[in-house]
Design a protein around this ligand. Sequence first.
Ligand SMILES: NC(=O)c1ccc[n+]([C@@H]2O[C@H](COP(=O)([O-])OP(=O)(O)OC[C@H]3O[C@@H](n4cnc5c(N)ncnc54)[C@H](OP(=O)(O)O)[C@@H]3O)[C@@H](O)[C@H]2O)c1
Length: 283
Amino acid sequence: MTYTLTILGCGVMGQAILSAIYNAPAADADVKHFYPSKIITCNHNKAAADQVTQLVSGFGKSANGIEVESTFDQNKPAVEEADVIVLATKPFLAKQVLDGVAAEIKGKLIISLAAGWTIGQLQGYTDFVSRVMTNTPAKFGYGMAVIAHSPEVSDEKKALVGELIGHVGKCIELPEKNMDAATALVGSGPAFVLLMLESLMESGIKMGIPLKESRECAIKVLEGTAKMVEITGEHPSVLKHQVCTPGGTTIAGLCVMEDKGVRSGIIKGVEEAAEVAARLGKK
Ligand SMILES: NC(=O)c1ccc[n+]([C@@H]2O[C@H](COP(=O)([O-])OP(=O)(O)OC[C@H]3O[C@@H](n4cnc5c(N)ncnc54)[C@H](OP(=O)(O)O)[C@@H]3O)[C@@H](O)[C@H]2O)c1
């Protein structure tokens, strides 16, 4: 099967998805049919479409033989030609964009990245909905994606979505009731981690380590620690206690951080972001 995939709104996240799918390594025979032969990107402005053309010209040839056509102001014909549509406009523009292609999108699979847009709302346009929450590290292949499908999406189509979206980094499936939490944890998560990274950097600078070296140390500490948790499969508290020598430096630092409410500040901050995400969905 060869098919066309259309990306409606090819900005930050649309380009991340485009890069991930286009640059995917050659697919095994059993999943090759999940890859589109053509991707059409849709923007509103010519300058944005030209930027997509320029981005693609910097890629090598797609290992899965994908061709890209970047367009502007061509949503209707692009959706008409497609079998699968990725919705990647800003959430507040999604209604206008979907209303404009309502006839063409009916009966097709829509993979929506739009924060706050529920499966129920999207089913006003087509029964076949995969709602995805991902994040900006997807641009570099280190993204996380959480997917919830409408009941009408077949197992074959779920496998297609998982195969394509998996190239942003990693993807898992969760029920839709978890999507607001995923919006906060996954979508906003990079900003929360960057606050931690920035704080670590500034601690180094405050104590006299130059900016460049503080930055290098902070990045590697975050990256290495996350990898250690992933590789060992241990609970973070187990690994944390392995670093705490009795009467030592680490436990002293941790006690001050707990006293300052770092843990509850992070938990409550992520919860607050999820509450805002839930309100977005009701608007
Ligand atoms: N950025 C994040 O961290 C993040 C994280 C998780 C989820 N998301 C979700 O990803 C989605 C996209 O966000 P983003 O940050 O990628 O936004 P973005 O960079 O603003 O990209 C949106 C694109 O939509 C295009 N567009 C606007 N009106 C259009 C129209 N009528 N027809 C076709 N294209 C149109 C814009 O192109 P023009 O320039 O031509 O107008 C723009 O390139 C959002 O729904 C958001 O909730 C984003």
